[in-house]
Ligand binder design. Sequence first.
Ligand code: 5GP
Length: 179
Amino acid sequence: MEEEAGEVLISREQIEKRTRELGEEISRDYKGKDLVCVAILRGGFIFIADLCRYIKIPAQFDFMAVSSYGNRTQSSGVVRIVKDLDVNIRGRDVLVVEDIVDTGRTIRYLHDNLRTREPKSLEICTLLDKPKERIAQVKIKYVGFCIPSKFVVGYGLDYAEDYRHLPDVRILDPEYCQS
Ligand code: 5GP
């Protein structure tokens, strides 16, 4: 039996369809370019694994891990790079792949950090976007789904490290929020 966490917001079928569309769009936009996808761990690990198989052009993949200071359901915007890139992105076409953008502080920090490394281009792709929560402005080129301001888990996203392996995105029910 599957572990429960709350009501399903986005089903695995919807995610698969949208991920395929994003992969096709990225493949068209980056044809003939020097694409490096930078996935943000840990939440982005399932999304990048699925997305990369729909990218039908030459591409490289690298990872950054960040930890953001804050409580379990709200980030503070203070970000620490726990694992940095292994590849040099100077002069290359970088696409940052995130699981979710909420206030935008994390992606703003990463964007500013990566910009100093002088990529040729720097764009953002996120599976989930909570536009109503935005504090830090950042341009997101590819959005999987805009979602309401609810705390979600599954498909890579955790609550206190649980629920990442759920195949769909669910709204976390307070009943499952024991600390
Ligand atoms: P931001 O800096 O945009 O406010 O938050 C980004 C980070 O906060 C995400 O990378 C993620 O780790 C966490 N986050 C924001 N909203 C949610 C959510 O609804 N569910 C989960 N599991 N994490 C979230």
